[in-house]
Design a protein around this ligand. Structure first.
Ligand code: CA
Length: 225
C-alpha cells in the first residue's frame, strides 16, 4: 500500500486532504508539527511526503533540508501559502520535488501526487542508467564501461547511485557521507574525495579532466551524466 505522510497544521486542509487521499486508496498519516514530521519521516518509510511550509515546531523548508541532508530520497511535495516565486524556488533548491500553491484544487493535487509517485517507482535503482560508455545496472549491482564489467567497491556503487539520483544537483560531502557511509560515520571529507578520485578512474574518459563527476569548489560534487 502506498504510504503518504501529510504535515499540515490547518485542520481544514489536513482533514480534507486525508479524507481525499484515503478515498483514493492511500495509507495516510497526519501530523501538524514540523518536528514530528521530521521524526516520522526518518523513523518510518513513506512513498511521499506532503509538507506545508508554515508549520509549528520546524518550518517545512527546514524539515525538507534536514531530510535531504540525511540522504532521504522520498519525494517531497511542498504546500506553499503564497504564490511567491522565491518561496517555490527555495523549496526546490532545498530538495523538494514539486510544490502546490494554496488554495489548491484536489484534482490538481491528486495529479501532482500521482506524477511524483510514478517518478518514485521508476527510480533508477530498478533500472539501468546509461551515460557515455558507462552502463549502471542497479538490479544486478553492476557497472560496465564499454560493455566491460568494472569492479566497484560497495561504497563506490552507493556513490554512483546517489549521483545518478541527484544528477544535475550539487551534493555536499556531508550528503555523500550520510548517503554512502551512513549517518553515524566517522569518515571525513577527505575519504569522500579519495573515493571520488577512484570512481573517476573507473568512469571518466579522462580522469584528470572529469566530464561527469565535477567538483564545485567549496560546495561539493555534481554529476552531469
Ligand atoms: Ca501552515
Amino acid at each position: 500500500m502506498t504510504r503518504i505522510l501529510i504535515a499540515e497544521d490547518e485542520p481544514g486542509i489536513a482533514l480534507g486532504l486525508e479524507d481525499d487521499l484515503k478515498m483514493e486508496g492511500y495509507d495516510v498519516e497526519l501530523t501538524d508539527n514540523g518536528l514530528a514530521a521530521a521524526r516520522l519521516a526518518t523513523e518510518s518509510a513513506y512513498d511521499l511526503i506532503i509538507l506545508d511550509v508554515m508549520l509549528p515546531g520546524k518550518d517545512g523548508f527546514e524539515v525538507c533540508r534536514q531530510l535531504r541532508r540525511l540522504g532521504l530520497q522520498t519525494p517531497i511535495l511542498m504546500l506553499t501559502a503564497k504564490a511567491q516565486e522565491s518561496e517555490k524556488v527555495m523549496g526546490l533548491e532545498l530538495g523538494a520535488d514539486d510544490y502546490v500553491t494554496k488554495p489548491f484544487g484536489t484534482r490538481e493535487l491528486r495529479a501532482r501526487i500521482k506524477a511524483l509517485l510514478r517518478r518514485g517507482t521508476h527510480s533508477p535503482e530498478h533500472e539501468t542508467y546509461v551515460f557515455g560508455e558507462i552502463e549502471v545496472d542497479f538490479s544486478r549491482g553492476e557497472l560496465r564501461n564499454g560493455g566491460v564489467p568494472v569492479e566497484l567497491t560497495p561504497i563506490e556503487f552507493k556513490l554512483i547511485g546517489l549521483f545518478i539520483r541527484s544528477r544535475g544537483r550539487i551534493l555536499t560531502r556531508e550528503q555523500l557521507l550520510a548517503g554512502a557511509w551512513g549517518e553515524e560515520t566517522y569518515a571525513s571529507d577527505r575519504v569522500v574525495d579519495n573515493h571520488i578520485v577512484n570512481l573517476r578512474r573507473k568512469i571518466e574518459p579522462d580522469p584528470a579532466n572529469p566530464r561527469y563527476l565535477r567538483n564545485l569548489r567549496g560546495l561539493g560534487y555534481r554529476f552531469d551524466g
